[in-house]
Write a new protein. Structure first.
Length: 104
């Protein structure tokens, strides 16, 4: 069984027991969260495709950790005008483990 969910403006293909890093979710470590925007659910030969969401479907996950990714350097440069700007950015993420895919 697997599902396609949408969270943080991105879509993910998930299955029970899978761990993945998604955009930051405001929940403490160890908490259970429900990801309700389910776009597709497949169980063997049975496939339910949402229009745009699957009615009554939800994915339950547990928050493993909150963190920040590696630093990305943002450098702007204009030649001949002495313009240089250097910035760093670290994106926040939440690592979750998919516990169960439910469909009513």
């Amino acid at each position: 069984m697997f599902a396609v969910i949408k969270t943080g403006g991105k879509q993910y293909l998930v299955a029970p027991g899978q761990k993945l890093k998604v955009e930051k979710i405001d929940a403490p470590e160890g908490a259970d969260v429900v990801l309700g925007e389910v776009l597709l659910v497949a169980d063997g030969e049975k496939v339910d495709i949402g229009q745009p969401l699957v009615e009554g479907a939800k994915v339950e996950a547990r928050v493993i950790q909150q963190g920040r990714k590696k630093k990305v350097i943002v450098f702007r440069y204009h030649s001949k005008t002495r313009y240089r700007k250097k910035k760093g950015h670290r994106q926040h993420f939440t690592e979750v483990e998919i516990k169960e895919i439910k469909q009513i």
